[in-house]
Design a protein around this ligand. Sequence first.
Ligand SMILES: [Zn+2]
Length: 159
Amino acid sequence: MDIESNGTPFADEMSQDECEDELLEFKLTFSYAEWQALLVTQEYKRTEKESQNSRTYYILKQNEWCNVFYKHFFSITKLPCPIAFRRCKIYPCGSKFFEFEGKCPECDSKIEGYTYDEPQPEFSIVVHCIYKGNFANCQHTKQRIIRGKTRELYAQKLL
Ligand SMILES: [Zn+2]
């Protein structure tokens, strides 16, 4: 049993493909009023497949939350990515109070964000975000299309 390793030197492996994923962590801060304006009061239920337990959750106003989140995203990151926000859920009793997901259709980078605690009146809401992908080379130049009602609710000053 004399198996010789197919001795290709690792020069081949050095030619990596060009998908260099980058990671960007930042926080989006919303004023309490801004957050309240996005809330939908209707309750939704999702049944977990395994346990048959249903879990109550809430959502934010469709289109509107995407617009508001996008504005904040752009102010903070200055990235050209026209993020398509996919879903957001609010769990009144969960380990995470709020979470959302989105993706840039141009460079395929993915964004995720969450906050642990339920917002308290008069306090701002800080959503921790992680953006991952090849966004540094995003070719997008146009502005994201804003649908629905747009709001100018800029409570906080951004750097
Ligand atoms: Zn992008």
